[in-house]
Design a binder for this molecule. Structure first.
Ligand code: BTN
Length: 269
C-alpha cells in the first residue's frame, strides 16, 4: 500500500485517467515552480478542455490573495486543470463553486471526513482548511473563455509539515484520519466529480446551488468580509445564481458579496 500511495508517476496516471472525462492530455512533473504557470502557458498554446498539469512537489506555487502554496514530495495534490468546455460557460463564481463542491464530495465519500465548502472555494474539515482553489479566468474581451483551476489539497502531511502562520489553520487527510491516502485515486475521483458538478452547474443551476448550499459551512453564520470588501458583515442566507454570497445585515438590508474572502464571526454567548 505504502508504495502505491507514493506513486504519482506518469504511467500510473495514464492508467488511472484512461476513462476520465477530465485529465487528458496531462503533464506530470516530479518538481516544478507552479503547475498553474505551466497550465496557463499551455492553455495559451490552445490545449483542449480537461488538460491537466500535476506536480509531486512545487516550489513557487501561488495561492489566492498573493499567498504562496508549496508542497514537498509525496504529501499533497497540486494540480491545475483547464476548463474550457464546448457548452456555454457558467459564471466564474459557479465554476469556482463546482470545483469546491467536487472536492468536498470526494473527500467525504473517500475518507469519511465531513468535508464542507467554505465560500468562495475553500474546503474545510471541521474548522480547518484542507484544500484551496485558485481559479484563473481566461478572458477574451468580456467573454469568459475558460478557467485554469488550480487545486491544492493537503493529503499526507503530518501536523509538523503544515504551515503554522496560515490565516486559517490548515489540516490534512492524514491528520484527520491517521491514515495515508492514495493521491492518484483521490485525483481520479475529484476529476470525475468535477465533470459531473460542472454539467449540473450549466444545465441545472438551481440543483447545483441547492447542493452547494447544503455543503456550505457558512450558511446561516454571521460572517465578515476580508480584503477589498472589508467591513461588509451579515448572516449568510444563501448563494446566488452567479456564485455570489447573499448576506443579510443586522439592519435587515440584503447585500451581495461578489468575490473575496470571509471570516466567520464567533457566535454571541
Ligand atoms: C488558496 O489560496 O487557497 C488556493 C491555493 C491553490 C494552490 C494550487 S496548488 C496547484 C496550483 N498551482 C499553483 O501555483 N497554485 C495552485
Amino acid at each position: 500500500m505504502r508504495e502505491e500511495v507514493q506513486d504519482l508517476s506518469s504511467e500510473r496516471l495514464d492508467a488511472l485517467l484512461a476513462d476520465s472525462p477530465l485529465g487528458r492530455p496531462f503533464r506530470y512533473y516530479e518538481a516544478t515552480p507552479s503547475t498553474q504557470t505551466v497550465a496557463l502557458n499551455w492553455s495559451r498554446e490552445g490545449v483542449q478542455h480537461g488538460a491537466l498539469v500535476l506536480a509531486d512537489s512545487q516550489t513557487e506555487g501561488r495561492g489566492r490573495r498573493g499567498r504562496s502554496w508549496e508542497g514537498g514530495s509525496g504529501k499533497s495534490i497540486m494540480a491545475s486543470v483547464l476548463l474550457r468546455p464546448a457548452w456555454p460557460s457558467p459564471p466564474l463564481g459557479l465554476i469556482g463553486g463546482a470545483i469546491a463542491v467536487a472536492l468536498a464530495e470526494t473527500l467525504s465519500d473517500q475518507t469519511g471526513c465531513a468535508a464542507q465548502t467554505k465560500w468562495p472555494n475553500d474546503v474545510w474539515i471541521g474548522e480547518k482548511k484542507v484544500a484551496g482553489v485558485l481559479p484563473d479566468a481566461l478572458w477574451r474581451g468580456a467573454t469568459l473563455e475558460g478557467v485554469v483551476a488550480g487545486i491544492g489539497l493537503n493529503v499526507n502531511q503530518r501536523e509538523s509539515d503544515l504551515p503554522r502562520d496560515a490565516r486559517h489553520p490548515p489540516t490534512s487527510l492524514y491528520v484527520e484520519t491517521q491514515k495515508e491516502w492514495d493521491r492518484g485515486v483521490l485525483l481520479q475521483q475529484i476529476l470525475f466529480r468535477l465533470d459531473q458538478e460542472l454539467h449540473t452547474a450549466v444545465h441545472s443551476p438551481q440543483t447545483f446551488l441547492k447542493r452547494w448550499e447544503e455543503m456550505e459551512r457558512t450558511l446561516n453564520c454571521e460572517v465578515e468580509a476580508i480584503g477589498a470588501s472589508q467591513g461588509q458583515k451579515g448572516v449568510v442566507r444563501g448563494i446566488l445564481p452567479d456564485g455570489s454570497l447573499h448576506l443579510e445585515s443586522d439592519d435587515g438590508v440584503e447585500r451581495r458579496l461578489h468575490w473575496g474572502e470571509i471570516s466567520i464571526r464567533p457566535t454571541k454567548p
